[in-house]
Design a protein around this ligand. Structure first.
Ligand SMILES: Cc1cc2nc3c(=O)[nH]c(=O)nc-3n(C[C@H](O)[C@H](O)[C@H](O)COP(=O)(O)OP(=O)(O)OC[C@H]3O[C@@H](n4cnc5c(N)ncnc54)[C@H](O)[C@@H]3O)c2cc1C
Length: 250
């Protein structure tokens, strides 16, 4: 299938992008396109306008900020995965990225795009939650910080307003014990269930509308995962227990 008609805009700066997002009705940001383009092609998303940010210069940096790793909106997932800075300051981040899709998808997909897309089965939102990181959102009204605990509001929904651009994700320096584990039907598929450990903190993904924090001693408490063709709710709960045990046995 082909996408429905849309207006195409290719701003050259963050300021121009913010002006466009403020003035256009029903616009979507296009970053790596690895989630948005399939949705457009299947007509599951039909925005009136696409704002392609790929021509903005100097928005692909990965740099140290406040002892952690700041990842700008156009930094590709594979670049962050290979980053010496990320490996040194926050090794959980490259470890998690290696579980995201396949390398060809990570060559285009962005870290910030994954956070903005907020798929409940995605690794990076859970990593950001486990680490207590934040994102920086820019709009014509200025900039604001959104902590991870407030960012993910529902299935593929975030606290970003329609006129906000996620300009940067920040992952705190993390040197405690860390690990990520997930189960999927095939390598590169979205997880049926997954778990991220940082020290005593446990974040789960694929088992609720958003990534959730859980008690490692009782990880399924309060969880009501949905069932689908790939896994029953009971199987997802079983996976959560098994993955948590694996992460905290290490
Ligand atoms: C076959 C396949 C397997 C995959 N497997 C996984 C997986 O296992 N785990 C996983 O986490 N992901 C997976 N993905 C998704 C992939 O990681 C995407 O790259 C990522 O989710 C979105 O990043 P993107 O830069 O491509 O964003 P896009 O597709 O360009 O955009 C996605 C959404 O985020 C919004 N957006 C993007 N950037 C910004 C921004 N800076 N500010 C505001 N809004 C923004 C867009 O408007 C859109 O709504 C898979 C994709 C494919 C095709």
């Amino acid at each position: 299938m082909k996408p429905a008609r849309f207006g195409y805009h290719a701003p050259q700066s963050v300021e121009e992008t913010c002006q466009l997002l403020a003035s256009l009705e029903d616009a979507k940001v296009l970053a790596g396109g690895q989630s948005l383009v399939p949705l457009l092609n299947f007509r599951l998303a039909r925005p009136a306008h696409l704002v392609d940010i790929n021509r903005i210069g100097n928005l692909d940096r990965i740099y140290e900020r406040d002892g952690g790793v700041a990842v700008q909106a156009l930094a590709r997932q594979s670049t962050v995965e290979d980053s010496e800075l990320a490996a040194r300051l926050c090794p959980l981040l490259p470890a998690a990225l290696r579980q995201v899709a396949h390398r060809v998808i990570r060559n285009r997909g962005t870290v910030c795009g994954s956070l903005a897309h907020a798929d409940p089965a995605s690794e990076l939102p859970a990593v950001m939650l486990a680490l207590n990181g934040h994102v920086v959102a820019a709009s014509a009204r200025g900039q604001r910080i959104i902590p991870a605990a407030d960012l993910f509001t529902s299935v593929m929904q975030t606290a970003l307003a329609p006129d906000e651009l996620l300009v940067e994700a920040w992952f705190p320096g993390a040197h405690g014990k860390y690990a990520i584990a997930e189960e999927s039907r095939r390598h590169g598929d979205f997880a049926l269930a997954g778990a991220v450990r940082y020290g005593d903190r446990l974040a789960l993904f694929g088992v609720a509308a958003t990534p959730v924090m859980a008690d490692p001693r009782d990880p399924t408490k309060g969880l009501q995962p949905s069932g689908d063709l790939e896994a029953t709710p009971e199987f997802r709960l079983h996976l959560v227990r098994a993955l948590t045990e694996r992460l905290f046995a290490a």
